[in-house]
Design a protein around this ligand. Structure first.
Ligand SMILES: [Fe+2]
Length: 264
């Protein structure tokens, strides 16, 4: 992953969309894993015709309600992440050991600041979406098509070949790992836009993808991470978990447990 083009910080005006000529395919912004980081989300410096969100709107971060409201108003397509599922149904998000306690503690906090309507919104999110735009087909899910909520799959080309066969579309959009990548297999492309709210690309910059006229480009941007960190400091969670989450936000590096790669 190289350096992405520098873009400015928050500009709500840009998010109102753009003019599109009749018959022109939409410009689609695809993002994932916002994790209650509203400061990062509202700084997204991109105009779009459609916004697609690949799950994990909530947990870990301090402003899950604001994130849900934003996504509910602006997104065209949204799928459920393992943390949305965990908060909506009060069950285990099945994190790696490195994040288990942080997920558990912030889940209690998240549930305490969401209304029943917010939880119903999360509970109603679909596991996947299959859609068409113009002559292109798209499959969206949080993890992988064969297990939309939980299975971790990095850049393993052989595994993605199987998952692309399950999807059967021109484009497969996934999140879950917080690591941005794209991988072509024949005529199909799998794209992970990375994470808005807890990126793990070795720097704190949120990342996203743009689909436009059959092509996908990968992007990132700066945001005032210190504002999210400040809010995290006042979250009612343990100091160890707080430190872990702040470290990940500030460095873009996930702690690894002894025997396995961390994933969220
Ligand atoms: Fe996530």
């Amino acid at each position: 992953m190289g350096n992405w083009p520098a873009k400015g910080n928050s500009n709500e005006v840009l998010l109102k969309g753009r003019r599109r000529r009749p018959g022109e395919p939409p410009k689609i912004v695809i993002l994932s894993d916002i994790h209650g980081n509203y400061e990062a989300l509202k700084a997204l410096p991109e105009a779009y015709d459609e916004l697609w969100v690949l799950g994990d709107l909530v947990n870990y971060g301090p402003q899950p309600a604001e994130v849900i409201e934003f996504v509910r108003k602006k997104a065209t397509l949204v799928v459920r992440g393992n943390h949305d599922d965990a908060v909506a149904f009060d069950r285990d998000p099945r994190c790696s050991p490195a994040f288990r306690r942080a997920a558990e503690e912030t889940r209690k906090y998240t549930a305490s600041v969401l209304t029943n309507k917010h939880k119903e919104y999360l509970a109603d999110l679909p596991h996947y979406r299959w859609v068409r735009r113009g002559r292109w087909t798209f499959y969206l899910c949080h993890a992988v098509p064969s297990d939309p909520l939980h299975t971790y799959c990095g850049g393993d080309a052989a595994r993605w070949r199987k998952e692309l066969a399950v999807a059967g579309t021109d484009f497969l959009f996934v999140g879950h790992t917080h690591v941005q990548f794209s991988l072509r297999e024949g005529e199909q492309l799998v794209v992970n836009p990375g994470s808005i709210g807890q990126p793990k690309m070795g720097k704190p910059d949120p990342t996203y993808a743009i689909w436009e006229n059959g092509s996908v480009t990968l992007h990132g941007y700066k945001y005032p991470v210190e504002r999210t960190v400040e809010r995290m400091r006042s979250m009612p969670i343990g100091t160890v978990e707080q430190k872990l989450l702040i470290d990940v936000l500030e460095t873009g590096i996930a702690p690894k447990s002894n025997k396995e790669r961390s994933h969220v």
